[in-house]
Structure formats: C-alpha cells, structure tokens
Design a protein around this ligand. Sequence first.
Ligand code: PLP
Length: 368
Amino acid sequence: MRFPALPDFPWDSLTAAAAVARSHPDGVVDLSVGTPVDPVPTAIGDALGAAWDSPGYPQTWGTPALREAAVGALARRHGAGRTEGEALDPDAVLPTIGSKELVAWLPTLLGLGPGDVVAFPDLAYPTYEVGAQLAGVEPARVGDDEPLPDGTRLVWLNSPSNPTGRVLDAGALAARVEEARALGAVVASDECYLALPGRGVVTTSVLDPVVHGGSVEGLLAVHSLSKTSNLAGYRAGLVLGDPHLVAGLLQVRKHAGMIVPRPVQEAMTVALRDDEHVAATRARYDARRDVLRPALEAAGLRVEHSRAGLYLWATADEPCRATVDRLAGRGILVAPGEFYGPAGGAHVRVALTASDERIAAAAERLAG
Ligand SMILES: Cc1ncc(COP(=O)(O)O)c(C=O)c1O
C-alpha cells in the first residue's frame, strides 16, 4: 500500500501539554479545539429524530426543501442573492458531510492534479494543505497582500479566518475574485464562521453581488452548520455557487457515495430556516470573547485581529510552544500557532468553544 504522505495529525503533538493542563486541581479548560459545547437547539434535534425511519438511500443532491432553505438562509442572514435577478439557484446547492470532507477533497473532485497549484492563506485551517496533498497538487501559502502564483487553479478564502479571526471586507474579497478569474482559477470561500461576525463587524459572502459583480461563475461558498447551529456532531455542511461547478461536484459525489444521511438533511433544513438560534449562538460567543480577550491581555499576551469568528489569536512574543506550556501550567490548553503555518510560530490560538463556566475559570486562572 502507498498511502498519501500526510503530516502527522497536529493535535497528537499536544499530548504532553494536555496532561499538564489536565492535572489542574479544578480540571482542564480546553480551548485547543473549536468544537461546540452548547446544546443542539431542540427543534433541530426533533427534526433529526422525526426522520428516524429513513430506510432508503438519501439523495446526494439533498432534498429540494433543504436546498431552498440553504438559499433562503444565505439571502436572509448574509444578503447573498437577496434581490430578484440576483437570487441564488437552489439547484446549485449540495449538502456535504460536514465541510471538512469537502475541503479535503475539493481539489480532487475538481480534477486537479500534478502541475496545478492550490492557494490558501498563509495562516490557515490545515485541511486546505491536506486537500492539495491528497490531489497531488502544489500547495501555496499566500499572504493577504501577496499575488496568486502562476498555475493557481483553486483559491481558498476564509473570512472570518481560522485561526486569526481576521475579516476580509467586500473590497478585499472582490479583488481576490478578480485576480483568480484572470488566472481562470476557481474561488472557494470557506464561510463556516460567516454568521459569527463579532460585535460591530460586517462579514460578506463571496456570493454577495458586491463581491462578484453579478456573476457567480467560478465561485463556490462552503458553509457549515457545525458552529452556527452547534451541529458538529451531525456532520452538516453545504457547498453552493456556480451551477456548473456544483453540477460537476454532484456528479462525482454521486458516484463516490458522498451522501448526507436523510435525518441530518431534515435537521439541516430546520436549522437553516431559523435565525433565532443563530443569534443566540452569536451572543454567547461575543460574551465569551468579551471575557477572554481582556483576560489574555491582562496576562501579558497581545491579541491580534480576533474580532470575529471563534478564536483569539494571541502572542507573548516567544515561541508558541513556550506559551502553550505556560498556559498548560495554569490548566488552560490552547493550540500552538505553528499548526496553521510557519507564520504562526510565535502565536497561540485560543478557542471560545467552552462553557461560560470554563471561560470564567480560564479568566480567573490567567489573573492568578
Ligand atoms: C476554517 C474551517 N473550515 C472548515 C472546518 C470544518 O468544519 P466542519 O467539518 O465541522 O463543517 C473548520 C472546523 O473547524 C474550520 O475551522
């Protein structure tokens, strides 16, 4: 067997720091992974349960109701396709088994291979690089102000960013879209934190006409219900945008059996029709950011960007593992910035995905 050469799974390297943090007498505050801890909204869980008797194969394309709900949510929550004539096409929506699998397989599904380049931010969710490696294409880390390399066939955008919480405004997104189009590259905008804009921040979808100028050609928006609706355990994601690209993805995914279970499709439909629980989620994370950010700063760390999304990007101007170890000594586990690229070597990523009680405990420990 010749399995693809992939990096070691980053979180495996945190075992020693995790053991130290866990030995805290009041238990660990684990802020190293962005996994939701708040309950699944009841109506969403009920929809999953009500669809338990689903003996037949579900549609890879998703039910029409789910696809309509996805388009409706993007228009209501993010203004994409909000006016007539600009409406997004429900046929150009495809459910995914969470968004990580789509991120990991998109270069392969698009038929990219040796000689092609997949570009992604210099500080980025590790799976963009994994996806390039699985397809055998060249991965390229590209800073926000750097040009796309020649040969780029796919460009990943991610705003709000994991790990930095940085937000690209509509102008910055439009500039990248224009640059990608000039190269004939597909733009995939990973928008899993779009509905968590932070206080006073505006986030913009790549499918908003202010970004694409009236045509979604070459554009894909990648969405996830994991964080917005606390559904990481359901594996619920979506890709939507250019009808030709989505049709191509559907064709391959049908053959490959990449199908979202029917009960999950029903739960997603209910989640996408409701904005109240999204507002509650946003308020919760805003409150946690309000506690944790000043606590990190008072403890001598500098927090950069971090106005939106789920993470605080902090530095003590020292190698990131030293910061990880110091915080582990106080019972707080965070992720070293080097997980997200060499540019993160002096930073740590602190997730807001812990209960209010654990966030308050972290703030107390930082003050102690
Ligand atoms: C930027 C980014 N994209 C995609 C994902 C994958 O999320 P999921 O597979 O739960 O939809 C994550 C998860 O943390 C992420 O941070």
